[in-house]
Design a protein around this ligand. Sequence first.
Ligand SMILES: NC(=O)c1ccc[n+]([C@@H]2O[C@H](COP(=O)([O-])OP(=O)(O)OC[C@H]3O[C@@H](n4cnc5c(N)ncnc54)[C@H](OP(=O)(O)O)[C@@H]3O)[C@@H](O)[C@H]2O)c1
Length: 239
Amino acid sequence: MGNHRLIATAQIYGNEQDVGRAIRDSGIKASELFVTTKIWTEFLNKNKLKASLEQSLEKLQLDQVDLTLVHWPLPDEVPVQSYVEALAEAKQAKLTRLMGVSNFTVSQTKAAIDAVGVQEIATNQVEVHPFLQNRTLVAFLKEQGIQITAYMPLAYGKVLSEPLIQQIAAGHQITAAQVALAWSLQQGFVVMPSSTKKVNLAQNLAALAVNLTSENMTQLTSLDRNERLANPDFSPAWD
Ligand SMILES: NC(=O)c1ccc[n+]([C@@H]2O[C@H](COP(=O)([O-])OP(=O)(O)OC[C@H]3O[C@@H](n4cnc5c(N)ncnc54)[C@H](OP(=O)(O)O)[C@@H]3O)[C@@H](O)[C@H]2O)c1
């Protein structure tokens, strides 16, 4: 069986210090891991971003992270360009190998592309699962060649009790969680399921080997109901 090698942290999660210690204690080389962090909103400006990422690196005990994301876009009054450029400067200073965005709409992604160029935007990490298929944004990102990272791919566990998903799972002798993850993976998304249980982590990793039929994929399309779970009051005007 494979191993999980992508480690997702964020300044706001408060987990950089613990993850840094765990990486060091594991003895695994940083070059064999893919460590990401996300810049919180208060640091999204040219004066603060670089110093905040340096602090993250100190907590993570790393010289560089693999990927740094703008965690959430700022309100429309603040030009996207101002903070995406600040992140590009931190990347030029080699604090992060790659950069990207999260929770960006089509128009905010366009503004980011205009500011730094599409090749600089490694991903847009957004909520995507069978109940929120996000088709407008997904189509736009595919057209631009920007990798989609699907967060909350299990709709925080809600997909597990969905009858159609359970029925497809039974047909393949797999679990409902694996059906939901395979649905994302087969569309080319990177998936970010979380679990506190080793058995579920292993099961989720095994979804990489699942092959849903095109009929299954079509059936799952019908579950879209624009059900958004991560929707704080500072969210952008979603597509
Ligand atoms: N960029 C952003 O703004 C943003 C926002 C939200 C989330 N995220 C990212 O997305 C990740 C995942 O999101 P999430 O944790 O909110 O939602 P999720 O991955 O869709 O669902 C997690 C829930 O599903 C359960 N679960 C996981 N695997 C399972 C399995 N095989 N069988 C049964 N239950 C299973 C977990 O419980 P157990 O612990 O009991 O397994 C947990 O309750 C987060 O860790 C975070 O990195 C990013």
